[in-house]
Design a protein. Structure first.
Length: 243
């Protein structure tokens, strides 16, 4: 009997993380969820169970190397090598440059960029090991933002980490793609609709905000892409968003 595929989502929560968990779970995949605060994951496992697939929650601070290595040891022990790893963590504090402390800047960078490196490296190690044993490669997906492409006033805490994450994804793709590992970066150019928002008053049909379920579908299709036509970067935005 073929082993069930595994999706590992790092930075899972009630927004996009929830939609990602549900989408990969709906594809009959096991889902591993990781976040610094396990309380954020309390209901996700129940929701995934409601669509016929359970989800296992793990505590992990993605900016700490020992946490990331422990996460992958635990996930591989419980399920085996992940087939798709999504890095969806981020940190941002809106602040003027002269008011920003070094500690605050470093914390945002650690979550936005260093965490992506640590997760991406461990994912690559696991997938390359499987390839070396004659198995399939895998997919590594990074969540970017408008700030991945330009730094706006007051957004340096976000832009520096997101710029770095995008560069990381490009370098990893060029190194790992010839070895059978698909690496893609997704630019989410706009605000994601919170789960509590049903309609946005500025637009009659309510789609001025990105639907997290629609984003999750795009991630799933990246995972499903045949290797003869891999995407390295995908940008997503509402139809009314200026760019």
């Amino acid at each position: 009997m073929e082993q069930r595929k595994l999706a590992l989502i790092v930075g899972a929560g009630p927004g996009l993380g929830r939609s990602l968990a549900r989408r990969f779970g709906a594809a009959e995949m096991n889902v591993a969820l990781a976040a610094r605060n396990l309380d954020r994951l309390e209901n996700l496992g129940i929701e995934c169970a409601g669509i016929g697939r359970g989800a296992h929650a793990y505590r992990c601070d993605a900016g700490r190397e020992e946490d990331v290595q422990a996460l992958f040891r635990a996930v591989r022990s419980d399920y085996g090598c992940p087939d798709v790893v999504v890095y969806n963590a981020g940190a941002f504090v809106a602040r003027g440059i002269v008011e920003t402390s070094a500690e605050e800047f470093e914390r945002c960078w650690r979550v936005g960029c260093l965490g992506g490196f640590l997760i991406g490296r461990e994912a690559a190690r696991a997938m390359l090991e499987r390839v070396g044993q004659g198995g399939p490669g895998g997919t590594i997906l990074f969540t970017g933002a408008t700030a991945s492409l330009r730094g706006s006033a007051g957004f340096h805490n976000l832009a520096v980490g997101k710029f770095g994450l995008r560069a990381l994804a490009q370098s990893m793709a060029r190194e790992l793609q010839p070895k059978g590992i698909h690496v893609a970066h997704v630019v989410i150019d706009g605000r994601i609709r919170p789960s509590s928002v049903v309609e946005h008053t500025d637009v009659n049909d309510g789609d001025a905000l990105l639907d997290p379920d629609a984003i999750a579908e795009a991630y799933f299709q990246l995972y499903r892409q045949p290797r003869s036509a891999w995407t390295q970067e995908l940008d997503l935005r509402p139809w009314v968003e200026r760019f």
